[in-house]
Write a protein that binds this ligand. Structure first.
Ligand code: THU
Length: 132
């Protein structure tokens, strides 16, 4: 999927954000290699720590539908903040296990676009191989 299209889908997902506490809205889209895609948004909770970030929502949706990291082509994450939002620490840990290290991650705030991947965002990971 082209960056333009995955970003449009992520902005569409952002409209479904439930963020009454932060008022910071995040949308995400996982594009799969077979052409399917999954949307996610941040879903907050009055018990703040129970909040789910947009990118985790999208990746969990893909996994919930049977897709795995090798099936994922690209992830887009967008927000309505004043600058690009890179994944938080919890999301980096989760994404480092659920995405391949070089899968493109397209970030945008509607103005700038930054393309990165988990290899860049979280070097020296702790992962399943450590538990083997
Ligand atoms: N948030 C995300 O959804 N993704 C990020 O990468 C950063 C933060 C959400 C969590 C919370 O609902 C709001 O943004 C403010 O932290």
């Amino acid at each position: 999927m082209e960056d333009k299209e995955i970003l449009e889908l992520a902005f569409k997902a952002m409209k479904n954000a439930y963020a009454p506490y932060s008022n910071f809205h995040v949308g995400a889209c996982v594009a799969c290699k077979d052409g399917n895609y999954f949307l996610g948004a941040n879903i907050e909770n009055a018990s703040y720590g129970a909040t789910n970030c947009g990118e985790r929502s999208a990746v969990f949706a893909a996994y919930s539908n049977g897709y795995r990291k090798d099936d994922i082509e690209k992830l887009a994450i967008v927000c309505d903040g004043h600058r690009i939002a890179a994944p938080c620490g919890i999301c980096r840990q989760v994404l480092s296990e659920l995405l391949n290290p070089d899968t493109p991650i397209v970030l945008s705030d509607g103005e700038e676009i930054l393309i990165t991947n988990m290899k860049e965002l979280l070097p020296l990971t702790f992962g399943p191989e450590d538990l083997a």
